[in-house]
Design a protein around this ligand. Structure first.
Ligand SMILES: Cc1cc2nc3c(=O)[nH]c(=O)nc-3n(C[C@H](O)[C@H](O)[C@H](O)COP(=O)(O)OP(=O)(O)OC[C@H]3O[C@@H](n4cnc5c(N)ncnc54)[C@H](O)[C@@H]3O)c2cc1C
Length: 590
């Protein structure tokens, strides 16, 4: 007999963004009799996927090939990508994007009616499908509306998951707070898929929405699942100062250039991988050094700043992105959102003026360790999307691979979870209800009923962000990382004395902020400790004290395990199928 706060499903999705909704549809299609729950702490259309602008990668042109997409992804990731996962990804990508078309996604078109593709950083040929510069918005709409077709999908909108429930060594559901009422419920399920997105909010300056606090990563970590490759944090080279709002890479894909304070196209002075052979400077891919990989471009910005060649501003130093030469017509057709954002948030019109930009934390390459099916080391728990690490992105993700990743691996995880649920039909409801009661008691004791705390959430959160930026930013050293690790330990300690003034049950945002900070502290310790242990430089992880890539020792994924003390860091081999580690290249010579 279920209590009124107990819900029972075949599969539970935690997260209603692109990965969660794609997985839900895959399950609903696999078995129309399956019951599927989608829990989301915000209304699904507010998930971060909606903010994606530039596009989604998949081979479509006749002169492109699966091998080229694989090679770009692997070289872009500095050989940290698991190549079996990359091959699966690249093969499934065109099918998934075509499927999106059939579900109603309005891909932008060429005049002859073919799907249009644009160049993107690190991609040797144009293969990024887009819907103007609101691709994520259109994709999430498409997925959301498609999910409404299935009566067997039940949504728990504005429910905040706090813990996954493990019984008999198997994940059997999760506890979640209904934010409107404060009611804590148990959502029991035969299989659970974590689709909670990234954790960019652990840094002070980020493109990531406020909700990206790494909740799912921390929940899996606490349940004993390792977090993989957490040291790899992507800085996107073009964020708007002050807000962190992203100026999409599509801006450079369409021909935008980066200039320093002397109006000089400084990237020509840097090694961005193997340089392009620019015999035809007007070739759309070849001409653009701005389409080097994001890690290299962000590192070049730091070097320019150190040489005194950036422009000081109220929010730190910037360089300029120039798209004036594209003209109003192209900007309004292909980059309307960029113009809107620049006007509204930087007070400049890019048709006539330069856009100030600087590197901004954008994406987590690392996440919950999964195999190609999204399965984790905890039976019954799967993960997909940005919270997971399959890993196709290695040490540096290529722009436009992620929107495709959430579709490909959302669908894989959905199918695998459906199979698992079929094979494991029994649930121990009484045991998970007991665990839920314990969790409810913990939340009341540590937060809602707590009195006398002294530490303010906002202050702790700001200190956490600042220490990650200063110690684990674009460049790191042993000294900076040790300081950050120690600071995180101190903040964890002080968090035990957190001040909670709101004991109400209805939309208690102070409680959710506290729970999010709790998750962020776990994610932060995994990032900093994994970065400290990796004594080499690779992709987005640049150690000035160990500037070389060291394949002999570190062609391995790091795995951070939760302990009562510092995380334990282990390693496992990267899967190499047919592309042995080599020099990083970008741009294809024709
Ligand atoms: C500004 C921006 C632009 C981008 N542009 C591109 C692009 O052009 N191309 C590209 O390939 N990639 C792009 N990316 C990256 C890409 O959009 C994301 O990696 C991807 O959309 C993540 O999807 P997701 O489904 O994994 O997570 P999200 O879309 O972030 O969804 C996470 C879901 O988890 C839920 N959730 C989280 N915690 C909890 C909890 N505790 N309880 C309940 N629910 C919870 C949230 O409510 C949400 O529904 C961009 C990212 C940003 C920030």
């Amino acid at each position: 007999m279920l209590s009124s706060n107990t819900f029972k499903f075949d599969v539970l999705l935690i997260g209603g963004g692109g990965a969660g909704l794609r997985a839900a549809i895959a399950i609903a299609e696999t078995n129309p009799n399956f019951s599927v729950a989608v829990v989301s702490k915000v209304y699904p259309m507010r998930s971060h996927t909606v903010a994606a602008e530039g596009g989604a990668a998949a081979v479509i042109k006749e002169n492109d090939s699966f091998d080229d997409h694989c090679m770009d992804t692997i070289a872009g990731g500095d050989w940290m990508s698991d190549q079996d996962a990359v091959e699966l990804f690249v093969n499934e990508a065109p099918k998934e994007l075509t499927q999106m078309e059939h579900w109603g996604c309005p891909w932008s078109r060429e005049p002859d009616g073919k799907v249009a593709v644009r160049p993107f950083g690190g991609m040797s040929i144009e293969r990024t499908w887009f819907a103007a510069d609101k691709t994520g918005f259109h994709m999430l709409h498409t997925l959301f509306q498609t999910s409404l077709k299935y009566n067997n999908i039940t949504r728990f909108d504005e429910w905040f998951t706090t813990k996954i429930l493990v019984e008999n060594g198997r994940c059997q559901g999760a506890t979640a707070i209904e934010l409107r009422s404060g009611k804590v419920g148990v959502i029991a399920a035969k299989a659970v898929i974590m689709c909670t997105g990234g954790a960019g909010r652990v840094f002070p300056f980020t493109t990531n929405g406020n909700i990206k606090t790494g909740d799912g990563m921390a929940m899996a970590y606490r349940a004993g699942v390792p977090l993989k490759d957490m040291e790899f944090i992507q800085y996107h080279p073009t964020g708007l100062p002050g807000t962190g709002i992203l100026i999409t890479e599509a801006t450079r894909g369409e021909g935008g250039i980066l200039v320093n304070k002397d109006n000089y196209r400084y990237l020509q002075d840097y090694d961005l991988g193997k340089p392009l052979d620019i015999d035809d400077p007007m070739h759309p891919v070849k001409k653009s050094m701005e389409l080097g990989p994001r890690d290299r471009l962000s590192q070049a910005f730091v070097a320019e700043r150190e040489k005194g060649r950036t422009v000081p501003g109220p929010y730190g130093h910037v360089v300029h992105l120039d798209i004036r030469h594209l003209g109003k017509k192209i900007i309004d057709k292909k980059l309307p959102f960029v113009r809107e954002l620049a006007r509204n948030y930087a007070g400049i019109d890019p048709v006539y003026e330069l856009i100030p930009v600087l590197p901004v934390v954008h994406y987590m390459m690392g996440g919950i360790d999964t195999d190609k099916d999204g399965a984790t080391s905890l039976p019954g728990l799967f993960a997909a999307g940005e919270c997971a690490c399959v890993s196709i992105n290695g040490a540096n993700r290529l722009g436009s691979n992620s929107l495709t990743e959430i579709l490909v691996f959302g669908a894989c995880a959905g199918k695998a979870a459906a199979t698992y649920a079929t094979e494991h039909p029994d649930l121990d409801i009484a045991a998970v209800e007991k665990k839920c009661t314990d969790e409810q008691e913990r939340i009341a004791r540590e937060f809602i009923r707590k009195t006398g705390g002294k530490e303010r959430i906002a202050a702790l959160r700001n200190e956490l962000k600042d220490t990650l930026e200063s110690g684990a930013g674009i460049y790191r050293t042993e000294v900076s990382l040790k300081e950050t690790c120690d600071k995180i330990d101190e903040l964890r300690e002080r968090f035990g004395n957190v001040l909670i003034e709101d004991s109400s049950l209805t939309f208690n945002t102070e409680l959710t902020s506290a729970l999010e900070l709790d998750f962020m502290l776990d994610v932060a310790e995994a990032i900093a400790n994994s970065a400290l242990a990796r004594t080499e430089s690779r992709g987005s992880h640049q150690r000035t004290d160990f500037p070389e890539r060291n394949d002999g020792k570190f062609l391995k994924h790091s795995l951070a395990y939760h302990t009562d003390d510092k995380p334990r860091i282990n390693y496992k081999d990267v899967v190499i199928t047919k592309w042995p580690p080599g020099e990083r290249v970008y741009g294809k010579e024709e």
